[in-house]
Design a protein around this ligand. Structure first.
Ligand code: NAI
Length: 409
């Protein structure tokens, strides 16, 4: 059997741009790959220049992966988005070329939760106003409008990864937790599920939003919802800017309905650090405004730089696609014996049957086979006995609709 089929690891070139944490380079090097780490972003032409021999590309949110870039990347197998979003990548073009994309959606969960806890404590003590006064040279020693968070009621809207972790931590600090989610979610600890958003709003001393960015959530918290909250509520949004009607929030703060707000995300955010920030919330009483940094910590960066390489290495070594953004998701057993054929094809009927026909015509024994499809592509993994003529690979590549064939052993 030809040794040329499974690609030697030391020939796998990895290009990491945009100052991805060193941890990622270390993990890839430990696998035996060649790694180039660049601290800046690359524009389209610079990337095209670099990408010819690259098999694994790591980017963050600024590098645009266009059709043109992909057309110049004949060997590219995988792209790691070392961030949450993947809008900067032409995912469909990647699929067409059999290039898998991974991201790190949950690596900064804890960071967001810690900021939320910090803000709840600060707002309960009216600290933003007290701090501002001190900076103006005013001494305002008073216990008025200062509370502990113990025994207060926290209402979490959106009980996903962040909401659920906040639930545990808030409870550990003595808060009573209620939550509302549109999906069925298991209550953690002593948290109590609410049947409706309005039920939660009426109960909570602190309302914290952790919903996702689906379009229906636009302005889900507006005038009516603020009116349904307790007088003097504390309100947090560290999820997505467009889910809150900020004009309604501003009015609620001015009326004293909301006595403190922590806002990290905004309907309109500056595109970069040199653009100004504009909002009706600027200058509002007891209001913490932060520049979308809920998830921005060094620890989150390290988590991202660990999670993404682990996913890519697992894909290279076993074909697993469990957390991929654009491939059908398959968790595969480790390949103990034999060879693993990884066949990526356009999702048309009969490809699996044709793969099996080719193998049967050579009398090749299939040890295990796995198939998963999405709308566009099919992903077939076939583990076979080691003995087969090299022409089998050619025949498999020639099956109509084949995008890519890779062999592991
Ligand atoms: P997730 O997808 O795990 O959880 C979202 C939850 O919200 C889901 O359980 C979903 O069913 C629920 N949901 C959606 N619409 C709802 C509605 N109208 N009412 C009630 N529940 C609803 O997401 P994860 O990881 O917990 O993130 C939550 C939010 O935090 C996302 O919007 C994410 O973009 C944002 N985020 C913000 C960061 C920051 O820097 N401020 C960093 C990381 C995430």
């Amino acid at each position: 059997m030809s040794k040329k089929l499974s690609f030697p690891k030391n020939k796998i070139k990895v290009l990491l741009v945009e100052g991805i944490h060193q941890q990622a380079a270390d993990l890839f090097r430990a696998e035996g790959y060649q790694v180039e780490l660049i601290n800046t972003g690359l524009d389209e032409d610079e990337l095209i220049d670099k990408i010819k021999d690259v098999r694994i590309l790591g980017i963050r949110s600024k590098t645009q992966i266009t059709q043109k870039v992909l057309d110049h990347a004949p060997h590219l197998l995988a792209i790691g988005a070392f961030c949450i979003g993947t809008n900067q990548i032409d995912l469909e073009a990647c699929q067409e070329k059999g290039i898998i994309v991974f991201n790190a959606p949950y690596s900064n969960t804890r960071s967001v939760v810690e900021l939320a806890i910090a803000e709840i404590i600060m707002l309960m003590r009216n600290l933003p106003d007290k701090i501002m006064a001190m900076h103006r040279g005013e001494w305002q020693k008073s216990a008025s409008q200062s509370n502990e968070i113990r025994n207060k009621t926290l209402g979490i809207v959106g009980y996903g990864n962040i909401g659920a972790q906040l639930s545990i931590m808030a409870e550990a600090m003595g808060m009573k937790v209620y939550y509302y989610d549109i999906e069925e979610k298991l209550a953690l600890g002593n948290a109590v599920k609410c049947q409706s958003l309005h039920e939660l709003l009426a109960l909570a001393d602190v309302v914290s939003l952790h919903v996702d960015g689906r379009p229906e959530n636009k302005n889900m918290i507006g005038e009516k919802e603020f009116a349904a909250m307790k007088d003097g509520v504390i309100f947090l949004n560290l999820s997505r800017g467009f889910v809150v009607d900020v004009e309604a929030l501003q009015k609620a703060i001015e009326k004293g309905k909301v006595r403190g707000a922590g806002i990290d995300v905004f309907p309109k955010e500056p595109k970069n650090n040199s653009q100004p920030f504009e909002s009706v919330l600027i200058g509002q009483r007891n209001t913490i405004l932060t520049p979308h940094i809920g998830g921005s910590t060094l620890e989150a960066q390290i988590n991202i730089a660990t999670f993404v390489p682990e996913q890519i290495i697992s894909f290279i070594n076993s074909g697993s696609t469990t957390t991929s953004v654009n491939f059908p998701r398959l968790q595969l057993p480790v390949l103990e014996q034999g060879h693993r054929l990884i066949h990526i094809h356009h999702n048309t009927a009969g490809v699996l049957a044709r793969i099996d026909q080719v193998l049967a015509s050579h009398g090749i024994n299939i040890i295990g086979q796995y198939l998963k499809t999405n709308e566009k592509i099919g992903y077939v993994i076939t583990d076979i006995n080691k003995q087969y003529p090299p022409s089998v690979m050619e025949e498999l590549r020639n099956i109509e609709g084949t995008i890519r064939l890779r062999v592991l052993y």
